[in-house]
Design a protein around this ligand. Sequence first.
Ligand SMILES: Nc1nc2c(ncn2[C@@H]2O[C@H](COP(=O)(O)OP(=O)(O)OP(=O)(O)O)[C@@H](O)[C@H]2O)c(=O)[nH]1
Length: 352
Amino acid sequence: MSALNSGRPIPLTVLTGFLGAGKTTLLNQLLRDPALSGTLVLVNEFGEIGLDHLLIEQVDGDVVALAGGCLCCQVRSDLIDTLEDLLRRRDEGEIPAFDRVVLETTGLADPVPVIHSLIAHPYISLRFALDGVVTLVDAVNGFRTLNEFEEARRQLYLADAVVLTKSDLADAATRAAIEAEIRRVKPELPVLDAARGEAVPANLFGLGGHDAENLKPWLAAGTETSAHDDGVKTTTLWSDAALPPTSFGMFIDLLRSEHGAKILRLKGLLRMADDPDRPVVVHGVQHLFHPPRRLDAWPDEDTRTRIVVIGKHLDADLVRRLYDAFAGVPGLDAPDRSALLDNPLAPPGMRR
Ligand SMILES: Nc1nc2c(ncn2[C@@H]2O[C@H](COP(=O)(O)OP(=O)(O)OP(=O)(O)O)[C@@H](O)[C@H]2O)c(=O)[nH]1
């Protein structure tokens, strides 16, 4: 019997994890599993423009049907409003009667207010039951992130299960150290290794929900969204022109070598000159840049290059000017591509 017919609350899993930990990647894997048919995925994004909902099986629009009987929707303003609207549409038969929800939070989200809204709201708490908080920890960057960001620590404290991602990219010592750190913080927590195929629905769902008693100290500590760490800002770059592949490589190299320590996350959908109809997706997470991936087609009608950079104390104007120089956007007082590449004073790797 579905949750609608039985009147039982709909289980809701919060999927959290710092910027670039691998939440969208894991969701895409999960959505291929028949165990998730009937699931609604809610994507919450940080930044002027969102790319995540486009990268989930490349869909756009309001509520979209995904292959395998799942739905996908973006939290546009407020989580409670979005959930209420979805319930109404579900109850009126406008959208299929989903019987599970997975909420992907933004990487910088403090999960406490999210969970508080879900369990304290008079109507929402009747219709949804918090099934668990699944926190992704990136084996490569996890240590630095846990040290530096209160949001990352809270994500770990509130977890009912941890998924360790990118252990395939970490050496044995780094992997062991991050696992030991997770166990130090929460010894009883199940730690599932994504690279070993342990992050499967059977291990991630039905975690038993949240014990309100355990949550009380956190909720008492403040239900307001904690301010993002000082100096964290999002910059969005757009460009109509197709980028020569070499230019983009150089832009990334320069950005990483000169400003890498200040970059928390870079995500881009790029229009490249060699094949403008098949955009390239790039992901940077702190110093780690993942191999670019080519899509078969643009995920929505916007075929411009879009890049979102989340930085800490990163000079947004400088990033924009650097990008414009490589993208060939003329600007006052800005170097063009050849000036950068032919300049004998350019940083190593940039000279021809
Ligand atoms: N090698 C490897 N790469 C991974 C793994 N998980 C994620 N990635 C890569 O890490 C990058 C970021 O992954 P996403 O899934 O976009 O991360 P996210 O947590 O959704 O990112 P935000 O939405 O910015 O917080 C992508 O290039 C992924 O392909 C993993 O277990 N191993």
